[in-house]
Structures are given as structure tokens and as C-alpha cells.
Design a protein around this ligand. Structure first.
Ligand code: UDP
Ligand code: MG
Length: 318
């Protein structure tokens, strides 16, 4: 009989004591059903990563680990953020799990599509299966619009993230191993995962509103996350400065003609010509200089991130 895959369901928790009891119950129930149906191995686990919670989250996780052999807990020493907590979870399971699914502890994402993800992984050989929201009616108008705007901006900057996909996804062991090679500090997993390559699939679900506790992503954190996303993937903002410098210098040249004309026709106040030309010209030169420096810093930035240059999918030889 063919070996069943060992699955790890990773859930990052930050002050989730209100949501966790229900989450634990549902995840264990789901895992049990999947084991019974023979979809995954009995060695599969639910892994909670406590991201430095200040409430009773860890005490709860500790209790669940004692109560059930299918629960594992990872405790981070301090609050490291959602994306880092996910990475910590992946690092913890990559040695024993054939595949891992990451899901938020509030279970806004529909856990009932996890068997579909596993099916795509087992039957189609997909290494990455994205959970994609069908529609966003449960989000506020503000969150929907900003999310769409952000997605479009990122796409424009060349980041090929999957639309309406948050961090609910399945990844095979080899995809996880590859992901762990991205050692940058400002993690934006949604942008990095599509860089891995391999065969991917998508499963669709409806996202529910948060039922317990409150969002750990207030506006300030959302903005930080967006800035991280942009600056981790693109040095285009720097190039914009360079372009602006060029435009300023062109404007200065165009004005030169106008200024000369005004000067000779005697309509200009003394001193105006030299003043206005220097403002635009010097301004343009300063911006170009900044842009050039920025280009070099951008290059250093890309080097420092030390991302893997390629990912080999297969090697064939006779
Ligand atoms: N989370 C975390 N560390 C943080 C913030 C959030 O581990 O610093 C976890 C949180 O417990 C939850 C997930 O990340 O499991 C997503 O957070 P939340 O549901 O509050 O975000 P939203 O759904 O509102 O975007
Ligand atoms: Mg949530």
C-alpha cells in the first residue's frame, strides 16, 4: 500500500485565547476525519505557533499538547509578526511533514477545503496549492478597496502574487525547503511563494468574518505590511526619483528658451532669469544624483537579500 502523506497544519497565534478553543476543536476534528478516510497519515499534526502572546494562548496550547498527541506547540520568545511566525512553523515541521498547510488561528478561511488541497497535492502532484477567496463580502468596503488597490500596485511593480489569496495554502516539503532559503528579514510570503515555481493549483472558498477575538492587523500594521511588500520586491520607487530628476532638467531646458525670450523682450525682472533657471536645473541635478545613488543602494539591497537565484525542478540523466 502506498504511504499516506504526513500533513502539518500550521496556525500562528497572537493573543488568540478567545478563538483557540473552537479552532482546536475544529482542526482536530478535521484531521481525525482525514486520517479516518485515509487521506493523510496518522502521524499528521496540528502545529500552533505562539507568536509571543501576552494572554493565556500558550497555556491553552500547552494544555492541548498534553491532551492530544496530534497537537504540537512552538513558542516564540517575543512577538515576531504573522509572517515570521509562519516561517518558524514551517521550519519546525519541514523535517517530518510531507506537506504543510498554513491557516490563521481565527479560522476565517474555510478549513473544509484542506482535503481538496491535499487531493491536488497527492493526485496532481502540485507543490503549492493556494486557497483563494471567492468574494470578499465579509470584509469592509475600506479593506476591499485598499486590498484591490494594493494588489494592482504590486502587480504593476512586477510582483506576481495571487489575487484574493492570503496566507492560506498548502506547500509540499520541497517547496517549503525552497521557501526557507529566502532568508530576508522583511518577509512578504505572498510575493515570495510564487517565485518558487513548481506546479501550483488553486482551491476556492468563502471567507467568514472573525467570530472570536479581534483583528491583529489594525490599519497601522496593514500599512507597514504594504510598505514591506513594496520595498521588499521593487526598487522602482528609486527609479522614479531618477526619472523625476530627468524631467526637471528637461523642464529647465525648455524654460531656458522662454527665459531668454523674456529677457530679450525686456519683460523680465532683473535676476529672475538666473534664479528660475538655477532652481529647476539644480533641483533636477540633485534628483538625478539621488536617483543614481539610489540605484546603487538598490543593487546592494538585492545582493544583501541573498535570494536563491533559481530553483531546480528536476535533473534527468542516463
Ligand atoms: N498573528 C501573529 N502575529 C502577529 C499578528 C497576527 O501570529 O503579530 C496571527 C493571528 O493570531 C492570526 C493571523 O496571524 O492567526 C492573522 O491575523 P488576523 O486574523 O488578526 O488578521 P486579519 O484576518 O484581520 O487580516
Ligand atoms: Mg483574521
Amino acid at each position: 500500500m502506498e504511504r499516506k502523506p504526513v500533513l502539518a497544519i500550521i496556525s500562528p497565534c497572537y493573543n488568540e485565547e478567545e478563538a483557540l478553543p473552537r479552532t482546536n476543536e475544529r482542526l482536530l476534528d478535521l484531521l481525525e476525519r482525514m486520517v479516518q478516510r485515509g487521506e493523510v497519515s496518522g502521524d499528521s499534526r496540528v502545529v500552533y505557533v505562539d507568536d509571543g502572546s501576552r494572554d493565556g494562548t500558550w497555556q491553552l496550547i500547552d494544555r492541548y499538547v498534553a491532551q492530544c498527541h496530534r497537537v504540537c506547540g512552538v513558542k516564540l520568545a517575543g512577538n515576531s509578526g504573522h509572517q515570521n511566525a509562519l516561517m518558524a512553523g514551517m521550519q519546525a515541521v519541514v523535517d517530518w511533514a510531507d506537506a504543510q498547510v498554513t491557516i490563521d488561528a481565527d479560522l476565517q478561511d474555510d478549513i473544509e477545503v484542506i482535503p481538496e488541497m491535499v487531493k491536488d497535492y497527492v493526485e496532481q502532484g502540485c507543490d503549492i496549492v493556494y486557497g483563494v477567496r471567492r468574494e470578499r463580502t465579509t470584509d469592509t468596503w475600506f479593506k476591499r478597496t485598499t486590498a484591490l488597490g494594493f494588489y494592482k500596485l504590486m502587480h504593476h511593480l512586477g510582483v506576481k502574487s495571487v489575487y484574493n489569496h492570503a496566507d492560506f495554502r498548502l506547500m509540499s516539503r520541497r517547496a517549503t525547503q525552497q521557501l526557507l532559503k529566502y532568508r530576508e528579514r522583511n518577509l512578504f510570503l505572498r510575493g515570495i511563494v510564487p517565485l518558487i515555481g513548481y506546479k501550483t493549483a488553486q482551491v476556492y472558498y468563502d471567507r467568514a468574518p472573525r467570530t472570536a477575538g479581534e483583528s491583529k492587523y489594525p490599519l497601522s500594521k496593514m500599512l507597514n505590511f504594504a510598505v514591506d511588500g513594496i520595498t521588499s520586491f521593487s526598487i522602482k520607487p528609486v527609479r522614479l526619483v531618477l526619472c523625476m530628476g530627468g524631467i526637471f532638467i528637461l523642464i529647465a531646458l525648455a524654460m531656458f528658451i522662454y527665459v531668454l525670450y523674456s529677457y530679450f523682450s525686456g519683460r523680465a525682472v532683473t535676476g529672475w532669469a538666473s534664479m528660475i533657471l538655477s532652481i529647476w536645473f539644480v533641483g533636477g541635478c540633485v534628483l538625478v544624483g539621488l536617483g543614481v545613488v539610489g540605484e546603487y543602494i538598490g543593487k546592494i539591497y538585492i545582493e544583501v537579500k541573498d535570494r536563491p537565484r533559481y530553483n531546480i525542478e528536476k535533473i534527468e540523466k542516463k
